[in-house]
Design a protein around this ligand. Structure first.
Ligand SMILES: Nc1nc2c(ncn2[C@@H]2O[C@H](COP(=O)(O)OP(=O)(O)OP(=O)(O)O)[C@@H](O)[C@H]2O)c(=O)[nH]1
Length: 190
């Protein structure tokens, strides 16, 4: 089973007031936390999916550029899956790029589940609510994604209509804290 990592890194950051992905945390830009979590979980091939305007600001070898900027997470997943469909990957592990406390355990649990559930299309972590931006998506979803993109659908429309397996995590797991606005840096209880 071969998995590629895909970091969603083409949002507007309108609530943050400037591009949050490049804010420094732990001596590196914020998006780097998600790359490190994937690497520590043993995923060797990691791609950043973003738009033309931001692309050259990432210090990363593999960048996929969306033809249409700001189409949202489903559109970004579709772009990455289309682009990587000629590669020998079975699964794409997605992560948002705004997760300061992201850790390898979530990714490892997803990979274990994907390995042991041959009929699963999506491994969807749950912590308080469904977490589609921490989920793993099987490459066989590409035709379904093509259909949904034509209808401008959401992630929900995808995970509710395919074979989705949910994985439960503690509601307070810090890996699920994302930064939406500057005040969110105080969300983690020390
Ligand atoms: N590639 C890509 N990533 C996206 C897109 N929309 C959101 N993301 C990423 O998904 C993650 C969560 O994004 P949000 O915080 O929901 O949206 P945002 O646009 O970054 O921020 P707001 O404008 O405040 O909603 C972040 O890592 C974003 O960079 C998109 O259209 N394309």
């Amino acid at each position: 089973m071969k998995t590629a990592g895909v970091i969603l890194a083409g949002g507007r950051s309108s609530r943050y007031g400037k591009q949050k992905l490049f804010e420094e945390y732990n001596g590196a830009p914020l998006y780097q936390q998600s790359i490190t979590a994937m690497t520590n979980a043993g995923i060797p091939s990691i791609y950043i999916v973003t738009n033309q305007e931001l692309a050259c600001a990432f210090n990363h070898a593999n960048v996929i550029i969306e033809p249409n900027a700001h189409g949202g997470p489903l559109s970004a997943l579709y772009t990455a899956m289309e682009e990587l469909s000629s590669h020998p990957f079975d699964w794409l592990q997605i992560l948002a790029g705004d997760l300061p406390y992201m850790s390898k355990d979530i990714v490892q649990a997803n990979l274990r589940a994907a390995n042991s559930l041959p009929s699963a299309d999506i491994i969807l972590p749950t912590a308080k609510r469904y977490q589609p931006l921490h989920a793993a998506y099987h490459m066989r979803l590409l035709p379904r994604l093509r259909e949904l993109i034509k209808k401008e659908s959401s992630m929900k429309a995808l995970y509710e209509t395919v074979n989705t397996y949910t994985l439960s995590f503690s509601p307070n797991h810090p890996a699920f804290i994302n930064i939406n606005q500057p005040e969110d840096w105080h969300l983690k209880e020390e």
